[in-house]
Design a binder for this molecule. Structure first.
Ligand SMILES: [Fe+2]
Length: 193
């Protein structure tokens, strides 16, 4: 909490740099390396090799100074680097909101997608600059970079929504997104490949 502005947060403007994927003023920044995505890629041997071979940064999240507490409306910009591990596109860990609340993503640069799963049905939304992806309450969500450039999006979410990452480890996300020729393919999350 100390990295955020002092409460109460005053009315303010926050500048975002669409090309750089930064916010100013900024709050906490999160960096996720390959080792942070343990148990998430289907091909665990390729994942282990990537961790041993430099443990690259897969994505980063820069937050605004608005704190993640109930009734506040924080924002963040996530940038996912391009790449695949064992053929599976680089992605965020994915999470469910413990307090089921909605969220919006706004595509800023690059090409990606928003994978959503409610425990039964799966949805995929193509994301490009100018696309708003809507995540309804109760849908776990993960972002995927399906392009050759960094993919960035702005997220706006209720501060009390929370992040449950273990939900995805237990339940998956319905589908996985694979590179196939010049495009992409979807495979069942727990299918052998
Ligand atoms: Fe979320």
């Amino acid at each position: 909490m100390s990295d955020y502005s002092a409460l109460p947060v005053p009315p303010m403007s926050i500048r975002f740099d669409q090309a750089a994927g930064t916010l100013s003023p900024a709050g906490p920044t999160l960096t996720r390396r390959m080792s942070d995505l343990e148990g998430l890629f289907r091909d665990q041997n390729s994942w282990r090799t990537a961790v041993a071979d430099g443990d690259p940064i897969v994505y980063s999240v820069v937050s605004s100074p608005v704190p993640e507490i109930d009734r506040e409306l924080p924002q963040s910009i996530t940038t996912i680097h391009p790449g695949t591990t064992g053929g599976e596109f680089w992605m965020t860990k994915g999470h469910q909101h413990p307090n089921h609340q909605g969220e919006i993503y706004l595509g800023m640069s690059g090409n990606g997608g928003l994978l959503m799963f409610d425990g039964k049905d799966t949805r995929w939304v193509d994301m490009a600059p100018g696309t708003i992806g809507y995540i309804p309450p109760g849908w776990a969500h993960r972002s995927v970079n399906v392009g050759s450039e960094p993919y960035s999006f702005l997220a706006v979410y209720p501060g009390g929504a929370g992040h449950d990452y273990s939900w995805v480890l237990e339940n998956g996300l319905g589908q996985r997104v694979w590179r196939q020729d010049d495009g992409l393919a979807f495979v069942d999350y727990f299918a052998e490949v």
